[in-house]
Design a protein around this ligand. Structure first.
Ligand SMILES: Nc1ncnc2c1ncn2[C@@H]1O[C@H](COP(=O)(O)OP(=O)(O)OP(=O)(O)O)[C@@H](O)[C@H]1O
Ligand SMILES: [Mg+2]
Length: 244
């Protein structure tokens, strides 16, 4: 579903911030990119979502190449990034209708889908408030609902639980597990071990733009002879991170 092959990225004349990254995400799989601030998670996800062009390497989603067929890819992915902000003056109701039309959802289906997803995430009481009046968690839930309005096969979520309390995080994580059960392919990034550990079938540890190790949380813990997954991450980070 997602095939990343030898992808590298440099911004302008900077050094490479993503270096020769390759991985695959299959149907019904949740794949996690776990790495500290500045590791290159957002850059990588923006390349996979066609917003940035790789300096080298290729990305294919459902067989379509990001460079040759960006349109086909955008139709098939649900993308959530930390960089895009909802219009502060709009209401959740207005945003849902706008994006529903943008994605050509049949007119009669928009209110049905809206009711279902707003109820699921507790958005209904806030549906007519302006985005600027809402809490971080509520805004994030609205972003998630809108990014999945067209029921995409491939879900690419950059730090989906960032800034969320434990209860709201749990709601989002449970939702991702449901999408996995429906056979969707999920790629997510996080710097939170427990999110990676609880959700992901496969985790790639990203340090300074490179995948230094990959496997399930259990495999990575065993491989590094650690007590738990958190220790495994620290060991790998200390081993591979070069100061300066
Ligand atoms: N537009 C840009 N121009 C130049 N350098 C950039 C740009 N965006 C990111 N970088 C650099 O690329 C590197 C990777 O950044 P990126 O945002 O991809 O990391 P990240 O893993 O998403 O970090 P975080 O956990 O803080 O979100 C960093 O060194 C950053 O300074
Ligand atoms: Mg980021």
């Amino acid at each position: 579903m997602i095939q990343v092959e030898h992808v590298s990225k440099r911004y302008n004349k900077s050094a490479l911030v993503v270096k020769d990254v390759s991985f695959h995400v299959g149907e019904g799989q949740i794949f996690g990119l776990l790495g500290p601030n500045g590791a290159g998670k957002t850059t990588l996800m923006q390349m996979i979502s066609t917003l940035l062009t790789p300096t080298e390497g290729s990305v294919k989603i459902c067989g379509h190449d990001t460079k040759q067929s960006p349109r086909q890819i955008r139709e098939r992915i649900g993308f959530l990034t930390t960089e895009i902000k909802l219009d502060p003056l709009s209401t959740p109701n207005q945003l849902f209708d706008f994006f529903g039309e943008l994605y050509d959802i049949p007119k009669e289906q928009i209110p049905v889908k809206k009711k279902e997803s707003f109820e699921r995430f507790g958005i209904t009481p806030f549906a007519d408030k302006r985005i600027m009046e809402l809490s971080t968690g509520m805004k994030q839930k609205i972003s998630i609902v809108i990014s999945l309005i067209h029921d995409p096969q491939v879900i690419i979520f950059d730090e989906p639980t960032n800034g969320l309390d434990i209860l709201t995080s749990r709601q989002v994580m449970d939702y991702l597990l449901e999408l996995k059960a429906l056979g969707r392919s999920v790629l997510l990034s996080t710097h939170i071990f427990s999110v990676a550990e609880q959700l992901c079938d496969e985790i790639a540890i990203l340090v300074d733009g490179t995948i230094v190790e990959q496997g399930s949380a259990e495999e990575l813990t065993a491989k590094t002879e650690s007590k738990n997954f958190e220790e495994a991450f620290f060991k790998l980070y200390t081993k591979y991170h070069k100061e300066g």
